[in-house]
Design a protein around this ligand. Structure first.
Ligand code: MIC
Ligand code: SF4
Length: 640
């Protein structure tokens, strides 16, 4: 068996491991972050759950930490109180980015983790089966429900050789992205094997599994070996260790091989993580900003390497260099050993241990900027500057380019790679355990910006609506529901945040939907890739969107659409997509007879044509859709 199959088998509640078929998995751990967490906990409360049923649930505050009004601060207080009451650990703002802290303090080889953030697969670096999902699915997991997904196909990435100096694990995942593209991982788990694995530390592995999200993969996973044991031991958690690997004769659905020794520094160019070239090919281009940090590249190794490269140099005059360390643990270490002083002496601007610029929470670059970031996403506009050109690179490339003022190959730099620390300074004083003795006495405090979740109506037997927007391939949830400092404070207020839907694609989208009395969305391949934010389904639902007809969907987004009662259909023929124009009225009929595998008859009323649409809905998905979403479905079940 593959490692993925082994973990799935020990958590399988329903189904068989037949690829593509629905399976239900027991979830051991959950995590949420503040930008998706408020919704998840409002949903948990709405389900009437008093204490979570998981082994461990943690609520982090790391995204919306710029408090330019009361909204974010109120969200933090709500999250802190709701966690205390319902059996959830709470990691305060300043303690670090959820994925980094979860890896350091809570991850366990062989366990399952469901997180309301698409980069939850970071835990795969420790040999966990760690998956991202919408907040509602995470709330259901906290309520003790198994997580339903399609049994993934399993891709083996066989690593041989070892990285040369100046090349890091970020370059490995950029290489995989170049080969597989942003939709190459949909429906798959990416499993790493081969002798190259042992040459990578846990944080280096986690950089790779983290950014496996950009492949659209369900998750990515590394074996748990001596390197894992040593990492856990140095975190004071050796008891969590267990060895895990695929069997010698494991059979994979697909195989890639990467020779680490032959790899060179790579870069993802604007505006997709799979537009990958070698740094050499684009070296010399002038840059305006360098941002180091994020859940992808914030480990001790990464920050120490940056310190060594910057040491004795100064950031170029044309560059603004910002650093947001991934966790307080890492920040403490580099503070105590003096590395931070070197980083600051070079002219770096230091930010909090949060997501920060990665989600456009400040540090938006100048107009038409070229910004080099050690992050995982470079979607257009995500930085907060629509005209910016964001590139994704390793910490080595970022630091050396900041010194040179242009994109530069770090193999030219003179630096030393850090030794692995003998132990990590463990300090969990910013993680609060839940109230054990009198949870019922804890008061949950909600601010005025936290609004009730809008309700949906059951699905009608036929839908006749206007196509309010037609978009192309690879539309991300950042296109659908932008983030950034101006929008994120409304994550707990759907009415308000719905004003920003498709902001940069079709300004005035909300008014358009109101005028049309709701509508339909038509899209190309891989619709909804990227973030797990359920707001990209919830806000369109609020605007009256009844169905999305696309060439294909990203896994988490299609689940979110179903959860909020928006019908996801796929085109049978590319020509059917071509034939539709924005403004056409489509009629989707026979919805009372919606059944697995049965095509849905469609009519383009404006053009007088007919065609069939497909779907991959399970019987449960259909029940949820017919109820008008999962919350209605749960309420109906509770009533029955
Ligand atoms: C992101 O990287 O886009 C986020 C912000 O972490 C999201 C979650 C969100 O939108 O709140 C994610 O990746 O799921
Ligand atoms: Fe935060 Fe960026 Fe990681 Fe998302 S990708 S969790 S915004 S650091």
């Amino acid at each position: 068996m593959t490692l993925t199959e082994k973990i799935i088998q020990t958590h399988l509640v329903e189904g068989t491991m037949k690829r593509g078929e629905p399976i239900a998995l027991r979830i051991d751990q959950t995590l949420t972050q503040d930008a998706t967490g408020t919704m998840a906990y409002l949903q948990l409360e709405a389900m009437g759950v008093t204490q979570v049923k998981t082994d461990l649930s943690v609520s982090y505050v790391d995204h919306n930490t710029l408090q330019s009004g009361f909204e974010n601060a109120d969200d933090h207080r709500y999250l802190q109180t709701v966690a205390k009451k319902h059996g959830i650990y709470f990691s305060r703002p300043g303690n670090g980015i959820c994925h980094q802290v979860q890896l350091e303090r809570f991850g366990r080889p062989g366990a399952t983790l469901l997180g309301s953030d698409s980069h939850t697969p970071t835990g795969g670096g420790l040999g966990m089966l760690a998956m991202g999902a919408g907040g509602l699915d995470v709330a259901c997991a906290m309520a003790g429900e198994p997580f339903v997904l399609k049994m993934p196909y399993i891709t083996e990435v066989h690593l041989t050789g070892s990285l040369q100096k100046g090349v890091s694990s970020k370059d490995i995942i950029l290489k995989v992205l170049q080969i597989l593209t942003v939709k190459g991982g949909v429906g798959k788990v990416i499993e790493y094997t081969g002798p190259g694995v042992a040459t990578l530390s846990v944080p280096q592995r986690a950089t790779i599994t983290n950014m496996g999200a950009e492949l659209g993969a369900t998750t990515s996973v590394f074996p748990s070996d001596e390197v894992t044991r040593s990492f856990l031991a140095r975190e004071g958690r050796e008891e969590a260790y267990r060895p895990l690997a695929a069997d010698e004769d494991a059979v994979y659905d697909e195989r890639l091989e990467i020779d680490l020794s032959a790899l060179e520094p790579m870069i993802a160019l604007p505006h997709m993580p799979d537009v990958v070239k070698t740094v050499r090919e684009v070296a010399g281009r002038k840059i305006d900003q360098v941002a180091i940090g994020s859940c992808t590249n914030s480990s001790y190794r990464d920050i120490m390497t940056v310190a060594s490269i910057l040491s004795g140099h100064h950031v170029a005059e044309n560059v603004s260099l910002v650093l947001s360390p991934g966790s307080r643990q890492v920040l403490t270490m580099v503070t105590e050993n003096g590395a931070l002083a070197k980083i600051l002496a070079a002219g770096t601007r230091l930010l909090e241990c949060t997501c920060g610029p990665c989600i456009g929470m400040g540090q938006s670059p100048v107009t038409n900027a070229w910004s080099l970031r050690t992050f995982n996403r470079n979607f257009k506009g995500r930085s907060g500057t629509l005209s910016a050109n964001v590139c994704l690179v390793s910490p080595e490339t970022a630091a050396w380019s900041a010194v040179k003022g242009v994109i530069a190959d770090p193999r030219e730099a003179d630096f030393t790679l850090p030794e692995e620390p003998a132990s990590f300074p463990v300090d969990d004083s910013m993680i609060y355990p839940p109230e054990k003795n009198h949870p019922e006495a804890v008061e949950v405090i909600q601010g005025p910006n936290i609004r009730p979740i809008p309700e949906n109506t059951p699905m009608a037997a036929a839908i006749e609506k206007t196509v309010v927007i037609k978009v192309g391939d690879n539309i991300t949830t950042d296109h659908i529901m932008p983030a950034g400092a101006k929008v994120l404070p409304y994550r707990s207020n759907i009415e308000k945040i719905s004003e920003f839907v498709f902001r940069d694609v079709q300004p005035g989208f909300k008014a358009h939907c109101e005028k049309a009395g709701g509508g339909l969305i038509v899209a190309g391949e891989n619709y909804g890739q990227g973030s797990s934010r359920e707001h990209a389904a919830l806000a369109p639902m609020y605007l009256g969107i009844k169905a999305v007809i696309a060439k294909s969907f990203a896994r988490i987004h299609v689940a979110n659409l179903i959860n909020f009662g928006i019908l996801p259909l796929t085109f049978g023929e590319a020509a059917d997509y071509e034939a539709i124009e924005e403004g056409d009225t489509l009629r989707i009929a026979e919805l009372e007879a919606l059944a697995p595998g049965k095509p849905v008859p469609m009519e383009n009323v404006t053009k007088g044509t007919k065609f069939l649409a497909n779907h991959a809905l399970s019987p449960l998905d259909i029940e949820i859709l017919q109820a008008g979403g999962k919350l209605n479905y749960i309420k109906n079940k509770q009533k029955a």
